[in-house]
Ligand binder design. Structure first.
Ligand code: ZN
Length: 398
């Protein structure tokens, strides 16, 4: 990373309401002092007066699909059928017909993410026997070019099915050899129709390439619950506690209370995290507050952003926190805090962002916005006044 100049942010408001001055040296937070305490800025250091604006740690999008976003392209007229397979087949066809380029699209989305204060993203990149590694290669190129502005973690993801499409596993392994950080799975029963085979293959790759696991699980009720049990068994067998995420996990809200309780015990025992993006249409959704109170690690993401699956998601984690709060009927301050936590510290923990946060020694990945307090900012979603990545200014509206 190229070194950013030293910087002092004065009069920023911490989430606890305290007004502080922040010193940034060599890309890290080097000192935090109460604003009431008189201190001078060394003449060689640039100083920015935030005039009491709010300080957030950089937002973490722990689940995106930026290789296939249509953001920036002409409006996509969505006439897609209702089933998951309709959406997968339609996307594959459209992407080839239109020559959607993952490097161009992911660069565009990454820029929009940065402008909205996202400093870390875990993105799932489609790998299948039609496009091979072209989507993966484009995202890796974007990741390398933008590494000073956004930390990108790439998941090798079999969106079109894995065992059902022979040749896919070899391509996923090629991606893992070439720098993919995480191996992804997808609805082991309903897509591959072979839950044991699908999950055994995923966990075998995880072991051989020493990577984390992140499984999309849209399967409802008891079917999804079975997949959770099978994932937990394999997590325990491999000793992969703390390294597995189940994304969406609609089934956690689709079985009876006592069964949900048993599944939560399994998640805790194996330290499996849950990603929820909030809205789930008419489907059940994971009970975010109950999971949080039980101690399950939670994170959130924008999922597919303006793509052939749907036009509604945007690359803004304050909006995501709002949507999670809305979906879960959150009203109390302590409930809204859960949604914000998922989009920041929760996601950082899940994707392994080192020393994340607002402490001395943390990377200066920071967002500053207007607002009375952090919860109000989540509702108002003001423009991001200043965004820093590693102490470097990457977005400024000031
Ligand atoms: Zn997804």
């Amino acid at each position: 990373m190229t070194s950013a100049p030293n910087l002092r942010l004065i009069n920023v408001r911490q989430p606890n309401g305290d007004m502080v001055h922040l010193s940034i040296e060599n890309g890290l937070i080097s000192a935090i002092t109460p604003a009431a305490q008189a201190s001078s800025t060394p003449t060689h250091t640039q100083s920015i007066d935030a005039a009491g604006r709010l300080l957030f740690p950089g937002f973490v999008d722990a689940h995106a699909h930026i290789d296939k976003s249509l953001l920036g392209l002409p409006w996509y007229h969505n006439e897609v059928g209702p089933s998951l397979t309709d959406k997968i087949d339609n996307e594959r066809r459209y992407r080839v017909e239109q020559g959607i380029d993952s490097y161009t699209q992911s660069s565009h989305v990454a820029r929009r993410m940065i402008n909205a204060g996202t400093t870390h993203v875990r993105t799932f990149v489609d790998i299948d026997t039609e496009i091979g590694l072209s989507g993966f290669d484009g995202v890796m190129r974007m990741r390398d070019e933008m590494r000073d502005e956004l930390t990108v973690q790439v998941v090798a993801f079999p969106q079109s099915g894995m065992l059902a499409r022979p040749g896919t596993v070899a391509l996923m392994e090629a991606a893992l050899r070439n720098g993919a950080h995480v191996v992804g799975g997808l609805d082991p029963s309903t897509i591959d129709r072979d839950p044991k085979g699908h999950l055994d293959t995923i966990f075998d790759m995880a072991a051989r390439y020493n990577v984390d696991v992140d499984v999309h699980l849209h399967e409802p009720a008891e079917l999804g619950a079975l997949s959770v049990e099978l994932i937990a068994e394999r997590t325990a067998a491999l000793g992969w506690q703390g390294r597995v995420v189940i994304s969406h996990a609609f089934c956690l809200g689709g079985v009876d209370d006592s069964y949900t309780g048993k599944l939560i015990e399994l998640l805790l025992k194996n330290d499996i995290a849950i990603m929820s993006h909030g809205p789930s249409g008419s489907r059940a959704a994971p009970p975010v507050k109950r999971l949080h109170q039980a101690g399950v690690r939670l994170c959130a993401g924008n999922d597919g952003i303006r793509d052939t699956w749907g036009p509604l998601n945007m690359p803004d984690m304050l909006l995501r926190a709002f949507l999670i709060a809305y979906r879960n009927n959150f009203r109390r301050d302590d409930e809204l805090e859960i949604a914000l936590h998922m989009c920041s510290y929760g996601g950082a923990h899940v994707i392994g962002a080192q020393n994340y946060g607002l402490a001395v020694g943390s990377p200066a990945d920071l967002v500053i916005v207007n607002g009375q307090n952090h919860l109000e900012a989540m509702i108002e979603r003001p423009p991001r006044w200043l965004v820093l990545k590693g102490g470097k200014i990457v977005q400024s509206a000031k």
